[in-house]
Design a protein around this ligand. Structure first.
Ligand code: ADP
Ligand code: ADP
Length: 230
């Protein structure tokens, strides 16, 4: 089954704002794709659909095999905890809390015993190159390092999909490159990653680029399942 399956998805906000006008998108395990488009094109709304943070007006959203329409809000939040890792532009780390504890807290919902949470957190920090920063608090880390802690927290539970929304938006280019390099390593190790971005350079860096405009997918370049348009 696909990790992400959107079929005929529309989203209409109050005021008859048609943010998505019929989106079909499938993502298979192991892909690294960018969802790219100008401001207002519907990227954030797509993120909310894929992230099960909101429901479509019509159409089908299936994440990790589950049809979102058939799940209660409580079941949706369980699905999010189990199947999705989120990284945002803001790092959203708890201040005054060590990198290790920030990452371990992300595993609380899983019911993993405390000791194993800390082991998994340490392993995740190791994977993003921060094995030597476990006891550091956010204010003792650079921006790039803080975002890598956020990435470690997002992948510590090995979710089938990592959703990164403008992950380098708050970083200078060197720190941004550091974070992208971590995403590339995770992808190489098998993690499925969708990066939402308005940055064409970051999009070019992804093997598959889904271009959104006016609520529709207008190009899906590098998708092995379909020949590139044009
Ligand atoms: P992007 O992330 O590409 O900037 P969005 O998905 O945020 O695009 O927005 C798509 C369209 O939907 C825009 O016209 C935006 O103004 C509108 N929109 C987004 N969120 C809401 C909302 N909560 N209520 C009303 N309109 C919204
Ligand atoms: P920005 O739009 O300033 O880049 P973020 O990247 O932090 O903001 O968030 C993107 C979207 O995801 C926002 O609409 C926000 O409401 C939502 N969001 C942010 N943090 C979380 C979270 N921890 N859990 C669920 N949704 C979130």
């Amino acid at each position: 089954p696909y990790v992400v399956e959107l079929r005929g998805v529309t989203k209409v906000y109050a005021g008859d704002v048609q943010a998505l006008r019929g989106v079909d998108l499938t993502v298979a395990g192991g892909e690294l794709l960018a969802i790219v488009g100008p401001s207002g094109s519907g990227k954030s709304t797509m993120l909310h659909m894929i992230g099960t943070l909101d429901r479509p007006t019509s159409g089908t959203v299936r994440i990790d095999g589950f049809d979102v329409a058939g799940l209660s809000d409580r079941e949706l939040s369980a699905l999010r905890g189990r199947s999705l890792g989120f990284v945002f532009q803001q790092f959203h780390l708890a201040p005054g809390v060590s990198a290790l504890d920030n990452v371990a807290e992300g595993l609380l919902y899983t019911g993993t015993p405390r000791r194993e949470r800390r082991e998994r957190a340490a392993a995740a920090l190791e994977r993003v190159g921060l094995g030597h920063r476990l006891a550091h608090k956010p204010h003792q880390l650079s921006g790039g390092e803080q975002q890598r802690v956020a990435v470690a927290r997002a992948v510590a539970g090995d979710p089938p999909l990592l959703l990164a929304d403008e992950p380098t938006g708050n970083l200078d280019s060197a720190a941004g490159a550091e974070v992208l390099s971590v995403l590339r390593d995770l992808h190489a190790a098998g993690t499925t990653i969708a990066v939402i971005t308005h940055d064409a350079e970051i999009a070019e860096w992804c093997p598959r680029r889904v271009r959104v405009r006016d609520g529709r997918i207008v190009d899906d370049a590098g998708n092995g399942a379909d020949p590139p348009a044009g």
